[in-house]
Design a protein. Structure first.
Length: 206
């Protein structure tokens, strides 16, 4: 009975996983030379109009170093200005390729002789990719235990309203189908503002 319940629970869990949460990530973006509202919107999977409204922009002109607030439903890696210390054998082309930049972008970030003749030990500006998004998630609510499941740590069990509703539906169906089966223990989902929780979501029994 218990094994059958776990199988059914797994199938039900897979049924709700693809649902996209309605959370929002807020990013602080520094405009890099050559970037446009269009390229920035595509990178953050949002729209030009949303960026303009959020930042009170009337036109499409941007300047290098300008700071923008961007809200997106997607968790995306960010390209940011960083510093690289020149190593023996480095050339502008080598450094640009290493940081997945175009040579023209490297030249715009490092105008003048610094961008043409690299001296070992000196710092040059580059673009770095932040693998983990640093956006903040908004719109989360605490997820409470219900029929068929128990929340292990309430302080680390926050999710969107849709997530909470679907958990209730999935585990409620599990409890109704297997009333004698032990409740599923739901592990960490999210912190109140997102992030910081392990990958494991649930386990059956105590």
């Amino acid at each position: 009975m218990r094994q059958a319940g776990i199988v059914v629970f797994t199938a039900l869990l897979l049924a709700f996983v693809p649902v996209r949460p309605a959370a929002a990530f807020t990013y602080d973006h520094e405009v890099l030379p050559g970037e446009t509202l269009g390229t920035i919107a595509r990178a953050y999977r949002t729209t030009v109009a949303q960026i303009q409204r959020r930042n009170h922009l009337r036109g499409g002109r941007l300047r290098g170093g300008q700071k923008l607030k961007i809200v997106s439903a997607a968790a995306v890696p960010q390209r940011r200005r960083g510093v690289y210390i020149v190593q023996p054998g480095d050339t502008p082309a080598v450094v640009a390729r290493r940081h997945k930049m175009t040579l023209s972008l490297f030249a715009r970030l490092n105008p003048g002789p610094r961008g043409r003749r690299l001296r070992v030990g000196k710092a040059v500006a580059v673009v770095v990719l932040k693998g983990r998004p640093e956006g903040r998630v908004s719109g989360l609510v605490p997820v409470a235990s219900g029929p068929g499941f128990e929340i292990r740590t309430p302080a680390r069990a926050w999710g969107t309203t849709l997530t909470s509703t679907r958990l209730g539906e999935v585990f409620g169906g599990y409890a109704a189908t297997y009333p004698e089966a032990p409740p599923v223990r739901v592990h960490d989902i999210s912190l109140p503002r997102g992030g910081g929780c392990p990958a494991r979501v649930a386990s059956a029994g105590p």
